[in-house]
Design a protein around this ligand. Sequence first.
Ligand code: SAH
Length: 357
Amino acid sequence: MTVEQFIKDRIRANGSIEISEYMALALAHPEDGYYIRKDPFGVQGDFTTAPEISQVFGELIGAWLVTQWVIMGKPESALAEIGPGRGTLMADILRATANVKGFHESISVHLMEISTTLRQKQWNTLAGKHTDILWHTGFAEIPPKPLLLVANEFFDALPIRQYLHAPDGWKERRVTLNDDDQLEFIFVPQAPPEFLQHEPQSDRMYEHCDAGHRLMVVIANRIATYGGTGLIIDYGYEGSPFGNVGGNTLQSVREHKFHDVLVDPGTADITAHVDFYNLTHAAAEGGCVIYGPVGQGELLNRLGAKERIETLCATATPSQQKTLISGLARLTAVDQMGELFKALCITDPHLPKPEGF
Ligand code: SAH
């Protein structure tokens, strides 16, 4: 059964479903979900992510993690990535840190991934890069010790719910079937969580990612209890959604083009902009200190992206130089990924302000 048939059967049986349920099924249905059935990345795929664009992304993050680990007093730690895609970022982190005395010996590597297809890819990418790599389906499985955590374009894939503040009261946007048996959005009277009810603007959409909020609290709580740091990079907005940011950010992408969210679920990526305002509050709720978010471009530049590119270019062919330079521009330029993508750092309250923030 395709995920579309599965979704339609569920609506026929029980009525309309929340967008969060639609998103969770489309992306992660155990047999036919988007991340389960295909490798979505790269030119041949549907979208490209920072580690797939430039090795420098992972190298700079690797060096940053080592700096944090040294400040923490070089403890035995869990190096964890949530939503590792093809494993490219972790491979670059491990390669860039291989010569740091004692680092690889002090860490075990943990990958939180739901997709068996992508786990296989990650396994291939990471073969020989570290002796102690484990895969997990949930964060709770990652052993309780000091944590060095990275997440790139993970939170945008977590299911959201949408609420409209209509003149006649709050409504939730849900997914239903129309008379032609096609998927369709409808609005159903439903109040959002209480914190979204403050000073709402009329006829405006508000989004809430409960899964992201809850996971962030748990991660922050782990870090506050056992020590460590987390670096979360994603595209999204940072001000309060009660200002002019946010709204309806639900989107679908297939083959590098926008796609209708409700057409052929399971064959296209579905994401929503990350609400950094909410993630920041979740991290504080979990007991962490928060730095940023800062623009991805700003962070990479502060961590020495230009200098790293220059070093690589010194021994590269002209065509490699071109790729390196254009990759850096894509990651850092304000009209590309430099500003829309943001980096948030959460740390155990005993650590000083991290480099780059
Ligand atoms: N970080 C990677 C991939 C981002 S795509 C990169 O930068 O290239 C999102 C990743 O999160 C995929 O690996 C997807 O399978 C995984 N994922 C999505 N939802 C998940 C969930 N609920 N639990 C664990 N992994 C999930």
